[in-house]
Design a protein around this ligand. Structure first.
Ligand code: NAD
Length: 273
């Protein structure tokens, strides 16, 4: 089966299931991305701060897959929100990736204490106008950051990439994403493996003859979220892609919805600088 695509508010399409590479080391990055591309992933989620854009670019180049079949996301780091720094950072990322453009460029964190995410967003508007990124979006934006960005600029973000997994549903942020036609990308979709141990997830997996990771990824897809689980283990890279040939029932989805426990694993967007 094929990975479903989602149409963003700027008309571009994004594959709903991708491959994330946070914490993938210099030694692992090329084989991991190569394996993901071989299995069928066509969407890669990286960031300048991950330090592995070169490896992502190398694996893409070596794959021989036509550029237009791939969807590549990278992110602007917090230290580079000033206009000039953002422009330079985008060019630096393209150079490291060996690409003329990325498909999606994100503000990685709002860093509200620095009060410069609107300035960064205006730089992203320019980056999009320059053709360096097809789509632009944000990550870790809370409701007030979204509302202010939209009020003070002319492009509505295409996505908001937030921490989201069964035990951390962030329904309030998702509702505001929906209100503005912003697609929700779920980072740490497996809760960095914590949610795999949940008894309800394990029970569902057993009943369905699937793995806990597959059950959780399937839930994300049926919720309409964009996901990019991370693994460097070939068998898991494959396992996480094999989620297109089964469905959760409405009751199954509701049972997973009920697991929300406000279990934030990553940093709080209001605190991170
Ligand atoms: P994840 O929820 O994808 O979990 C990854 C971990 O789960 C792996 O390291 C592995 O230990 C385990 N795992 C993966 N597949 C498994 C399987 N099938 N069975 C058992 N264990 C398995 O966590 P993540 O890497 O934090 O998130 C995914 C991606 O989200 C990242 O790689 C990155 O691209 C993105 N991300 C973005 C931000 C942000 O601030 N925008 C923050 C964190 C992550």
């Amino acid at each position: 089966s094929q990975v479903p695509t989602i149409t963003l508010n700027d008309g571009h399409q994004i594959p709903q299931l991708g491959f994330g590479v946070w914490q993938v080391s210099t030694e692992d990055i090329v084989p991991a991305v190569a394996k993901a591309l071989q299995v069928g992933y066509r969407h890669i989620d990286t960031a300048a701060i991950y330090g592995n854009e070169e490896g992502v670019g190398q694996a893409i180049a070596e794959s021989g897959i036509p550029r237009e079949e791939l969807f590549v996301t990278t992110k602007l780091w917090n230290a580079n929100h000033a206009h000039h720094d953002a422009i330079n950072a985008a060019q630096e990322s393209l150079k490291k990736l060996g690409l003329d453009y990325v498909d999606l460029y994100l503000i990685h964190w709002p860093t509200p204490k620095n009060d410069n995410y609107v300035e960064a967003w205006k730089a992203l508007e320019e980056i999009q106008a320059n053709g360096w990124s097809r789509s632009i979006g944000v990550s870790n934006f809370q409701i007030d950051h979204l509302r202010r960005t939209i009020a003070e600029s002319s492009v509505v973000p295409a996505v908001n990439q937030i921490e989201l997994h069964p035990t951390f549903a962030q329904s309030d942020v998702v509702a505001v994403n929906d209100e503005f036609g912003i697609k929700t990308e779920a980072w740490s979709p497996l809760g960095q493996a914590e949610d795999l141990n949940n008894a309800t997830i394990q029970q569902l997996a057993e009943t369905l003859g699937r793995t806990p990771a597959q059950v959780i990824l399937r839930w994300h897809l049926q919720k309409g979220y964009i996901v990019f689980p991370k693994s460097v283990t070939p068998a898991r890279i494959e396992e996480n892609f094999n989620v297109l040939d089964f469905e959760l029932s409405t009751d199954d989805v509701a049972a997973i919805d009920a697991l929300d426990a406000g279990n934030r694993i990553g940093g709080h967007p209001d605190e991170l600088n």
